[in-house]
Ligand binder design. Structure first.
Ligand code: EPZ
Length: 430
């Protein structure tokens, strides 16, 4: 099995270009099911979750053709709803978007309940509540979700979300764009990827307003049409490299970003002593003049500090002098990675959703595992800030969501490589 080996302790320099946002690209790709026409989707990240989404589309009968590395042409004229293979649906959380899209276009859907990173219980009750409010009958039996619209089709409704959910907000939007009448989603998620999906749907002829606020209105239309659409840059990929710069005391440019999306991340980095300069379509990180300062962080739905940046900032808090508190405000259990950082010498105690970090001790090299996608990125950041060679296992998690992470870091001077055998791990990392 492949691993990543990092000889840390080097400064990074130069520029990293960020790819398209995974969590926007997945619902947009699966949202093409609603269109029933030819779409060209640009600025896709080259990651395994995108390949899984394209495999799902092909298995449903769509014609999928890569035009170049980051652009795909998809024709969803002929879809066989309800035929997503079990293993593909289980391979990632975002497979639930097939259900909203199929229900919206065909009034019927059947798929295995989604898989994805393990953060404790990951319910889909808010998705189901939304589909039922639109008039669908929904059953979850033996790990499969089955939905059917009444003979007259779905009808717009007012839906109050009991919890701010990115997935449920997007899924209800997908189901509602072709429904009869007006749907209102109250307490909607405001993430940039929710806005990107709404923009894609509107470009296809949908009538969605309010995305980016907590009330989204969807006036049903009869039909959508094919478009060419480019995915927004990935704020979490950008934030991860910003943290890598701060952890290694490096000066780095992160290109192809929307700085507005990075405000909460930049604010936390600046609180810790680093400086972030807004260059319009890039950000430039300057290292802290003294040691990194301790801070407290709580993850929240957008525009709060993102849960998908929890493990990465934990690494910085380990390096900062003093005691920091990191509170997880979105997921039940996002601290599985902590034991790996402890293996590298960190002092962290977790109580429920709160981690108390006694910072200021240098990491020591170790062999560590990725427990999930963002945890894997945190292991890489910790390894870059560690003198000696760190080996990171279970890197398939990283490959699900970070395109060419090893090559991008090599490009800014990191001593990092992918290895196949344990014997390689003691040699120079590059
Ligand atoms: C999306 O997951 C992202 N995944 C996650 O990113 C991200 O962590 C999460 O949003 C929060 O920002 C994708 O977009 C594919 P939620 P999602 O529904 O939509 C609870 C990454 O690393 N909830 O916003 O599944 C849920 O348990 C991944 O890229 C319900 O209670 O997350 C959680 O506590 C990991 N009932 C909270 O809401 C529901 O029906 C937020 O979940 C749905 C969710």
């Amino acid at each position: 099995m492949e691993k990543i080996s990092v000889r840390g302790g080097r400064k990074l320099h130069g520029s990293i270009t960020v790819g398209g946002m995974k969590n926007a690209a997945l619902p947009i790709l699966l949202g093409t099911i609603l269109v029933g026409d030819r779409c060209v989707i640009e600025n896709l990240p080259e990651i395994s979750d995108i390949r899984s989404a394209l495999d799902i589309l092909s298995s449903l009968g769509a014609t999928v053709r890569m035009i170049d590395r980051t652009t795909v042409e998809i024709d969803t004229s002929n879809i066989r709803p309800g035929t997503t293979p079990y293993d593909l649906a289980r391979s990632m959380r975002a497979s639930y978007y097939v259900v909203g899209a199929e229900l919206g276009r065909y009034g019927t859907s059947r798929a295995a309940c989604p898989g994805g990173c393990d953060f404790g219980v990951r319910p889909i009750d808010q998705h189901i509540k939304g589909f039922e409010a639109l008039g669908a009958k929904v059953d979850v039996v033996d790990g499969c979700i089955t939905c059917s619209a009444p003979p007259e089709g779905l009808t717009g409704a007012s839906i109050y979300m009991d919890i701010v959910s990115v997935g449920a907000t997007i899924n209800i939007m997908l189901a509602a764009v072709l429904a009869d009448g007006m749907t209102v989603i109250d307490n909607a998620a405001r993430e940039p990827h929710v806005v990107d999906v709404a923009n894609f749907l509107n470009t296809c002829g949908a009538d969605v307003s309010g995305a980016g606020t907590d009330v989204i209105k969807i006036r049903g239309v009869k039909k959508l049409h094919g478009v060419t659409y480019a995915i927004i840059p990935d704020m979490i990929e950008a934030g991860t490299y910003m943290m890598a710069a701060a952890a290694t005391g490096s000066e780095l440019t992160i290109a192809n970003v929307i700085p507005k999306h990075l405000e909460s991340i930049s604010a936390k980095l600046e609180e810790m002593g680093a400086k972030v300069e807004d260059l319009g379509d890039a950000v430039h990180i300057y290292p802290s003049e003294g040691p990194l300062r301790r801070i407290n962080v709580k993850t929240m739905p957008y525009p709060g500090y993102p849960t998908d940046m929890n493990p990465q900032i934990c690494v910085l808090l380990c390096l900062a002098r003093g005691t920091s508190i990191l509170t997880e405000g979105v997921w039940e259990n996002r601290f599985k990675y902590v034991e790996e950082l402890v293996r590298m010498g960190a002092s962290i105690t977790v109580d429920g959703r709160t981690a108390v970090i006694q910072g200021g001790r240098p990491f020591r090299p170790a062999t560590v595992k990725c427990s999930d996608l963002r945890a894997g990125a945190a292991m890489v950041i910790a390894a870059l800030a560690t003198d000696g060679v760190t080996v990171i296992e279970n890197i398939y998690h990283i490959e699900r969501g970070y395109e060419h992470l090893v090559e991008k870091l090599q490009g800014v001077g990191a001593d990092i490589k992918t290895i196949d055998t344990p014997e390689d791990s003691g040699q120079s990392a590059v």
